[in-house]
Design a protein around this ligand. Structure first.
Ligand SMILES: CC(C)(COP(=O)(O)OP(=O)(O)OC[C@H]1O[C@@H](n2cnc3c(N)ncnc32)[C@H](O)[C@@H]1OP(=O)(O)O)[C@@H](O)C(=O)NCCC(=O)NCCS
Length: 514
């Protein structure tokens, strides 16, 4: 702390030097090995003493994923002309201006010469120990871009239009794997072998059953709220399940006990949802079918028929693609609740509440409603222009993190095409025109279709009723929530931020009771 006394800390105070470097024509294998040997997360690529690029461990992961030859040159994979920071820059302003880019390491450059390197993590640590009143002004509304935790579960790179689960591209997982594999990956850290997959599926099967004590009250709940969104009743029944099964505070549980509860909740959510949906429609509840996989069984319990394989696959791809997505509002909620040591059901119930909002998970049925309202291709332009001009939002467009195509949207568009989904042509036209009209009317906002836009089109084509769109999102996201709950509980510290008070200045005299 000594350097900070009397003056603001500068980047020079905290940067590392000498910097581990590489040259552009060096092989990626040599640069990667140096990174590993020197235990650094990146090497700065230099021409003499001038930085010309940065090559990071993320690039090494990309290389491995692309099975690139070891003799590829660094310049083929590095980020050229990286942003840099001056050594005399104040730490807080450097952190603030660089934090939204998602960088991990920034070269420190003085007059064109590389003099050090600083990690965003170090900048953030120093920025965080500044007095709260100083920092509070720096925190963007809605915590946009603020890093609040470390995670090994996954990440979203908004500028690249890329997100991953553990070390794998999430979209590739959705293209290539069954949901159970991705679930296993999130909960165990690795993709399962064939034996592990079979054992996992075996373990899940009995966990799909709703316990009698909970099942017996479902008809009364559905009768009490026959028109309520099924997600609202899932919130209630998830709470009931935790209480009925005696879930203890996560603070008091062993990791293995919490894992068992996580599995239990994820396995039973589809059963609860289908029972609620059918009871609300005065239909008999359908018991889980042990012959079917997780998604096929979900559709089976919804309708009572063994579903078509292409419908199962469409919903499964949607569900895999929505299991996790960085520190979105519901995941953050689950982690905040877990950080208090509360039980796992409490965290899941809170997350369901956060997901239910139209700005988060409640949009897919609204996006499909929008397509219905537009009706035909010739009406699209007028409808879209009027809506944006009125100041209303187009449902299924915009994203806090993606400032380019949402990769989930790109995949779901192709699933909708493959299924030859009803409305797919209108949807594609509306998507294209909406992006163009938003670019015209809201320049600089970078608004594209998000995951919700084709989600409804795909689910509709696969026979999922509109009222079950957001519940289906909840059924997949429960896997992500519980992975985060396990991670939070394993290395916990109470999440308790601060706010800037902006009301009338205290203390005012308290008026006596009238
Ligand atoms: C997802 C969402 C909540 C992100 O919100 P955010 O990061 O807080 O962004 P903001 O709401 O501050 O929007 C920033 C600007 O873009 C505009 N914008 C964002 N999404 C828009 C949309 N779908 N339609 C029209 N304009 C939009 C806002 O009007 C605002 O413009 P302004 O500053 O001129 O008023 C927002 O884009 C949205 O409400 N989308 C529609 C709902 C939706 O699809 N939700 C599902 C999310 S996966």
């Amino acid at each position: 702390m000594a350097a900070a006394e009397g003056r603001a800390r500068t980047v020079a105070d905290i940067m590392s030097r000498p910097v581990v470097t590489a040259t552009a024509d060096e092989s990626v294998a040599a640069a990667g090995a140096r990174m590993r040997d020197m235990r650094v997360g990146s090497v700065v690529v230099v021409d003499g003493d001038k930085p010309v690029g940065i090559f990071t461990e993320r690039d090494v992961v990309r290389l491995a994923a692309a099975a690139a030859p070891a003799e590829d040159r660094v310049e083929q994979w590095m980020t050229p002309n990286p942003d840099s920071v001056a050594p005399d820059a104040d730490v807080i302003s450097a952190f603030t201006s660089l934090s939204e880019h998602g960088y991990r390491h920034i070269p420190v450059v003085d007059g064109g010469v590389l003099v050090g390197i600083v990690s965003m993590r170090d900048l953030m640590r120093i920025a965080q120990i500044q007095p709260a009143e100083h920092l509070a002004h720096e925190v963007p509304r809605g915590l946009e871009g603020v890093v609040v935790a470390e995670t090994t579960i996954g990440d979203v790179r908004g500028l690249e239009g890329f997100y991953h689960y553990r070390q794998y591209d999430a979209i590739e997982l959705a293209e290539m794997r069954p949901l159970e594999d991705v679930w296993y990956l999130l909960h165990h850290g690795d993709l399962p072998t064939r034996e592990q997959r079979d054992a996992f599926s075996e373990e899940l099967r009995p966990l799909r059953e709703v316990p009698d004590r909970v099942a017996s009250v479902l008809p009364a709940l559905a009768q009490a709220a026959p028109d309520a969104p099924p997600l609202d009743l899932l919130r209630t029944t998830a709470s009931l399940l935790g209480a009925a099964e005696g879930f203890q505070p996560s603070l008091d549980l062993l990791d293995i006990e919490l894992r068992a509860q996580a599995l239990r909740v994820c396995a039973v959510v589809p059963t609860l949802l289908c029972a609620i949906y059918r009871l609300q429609h005065r239909l008999p509840v359908i018991e889980p079918n042990p012959e079917l996989g997780h998604v096929a069984n979900y559709l089976y319990m919804m309708h009572g028929d063994v579903p078509e394989p292409e419908h199962v696959r469409g919903v499964e791809q949607y569900m895999i693609a929505t299991i996790d997505h960085g520190f979105n509002a519901s995941t953050f909620t689950a982690r905040v609740i877990t950080s208090t040591g509360a039980d796992l059901a409490a965290a899941v119930v809170g997350a369901i509440g956060a997901l239910s909002g139209p700005l988060h998970g409640g949009a897919p049925s609204r996006a499909l409603d929008m397509l219905d309202e537009i009706g035909t291709i010739d009406k699209a332009d007028g409808w879209l222009r009027d809506t944006v001009a009125r100041g209303d939002k187009l449902m299924g467009f915009g994203h806090r993190v993606y400032k380019t195509d949402d990769p989930r949207n790109v995949m779901l568009r192709s699933v909708a095409e493959r299924l030859d989904a009803p409305k797919v042509d209108v949807a594609k036209h509306v998507e294209q025109r909406a992006v163009e009209i938003l670019a015209e009317l809201k320049p600089d906002r970078k608004l594209y279709a998000n995951v919700e836009f084709y989600a409804g089109v795909v689910m509709n084509a696969c026979g999922v009723p509109r009222g079950m769109f957001t519940p289906t999102f909840a059924a997949s996201r429960a896997i992500g929530w519980t992975a985060h709950i396990l991670e939070q509980a394993a290395d916990n510290r109470l999440i308790r931020p601060s706010a800037t008070y902006v009301g009338p200045p205290p203390p005012q005299p308290v008026p006596p009771v009238e």
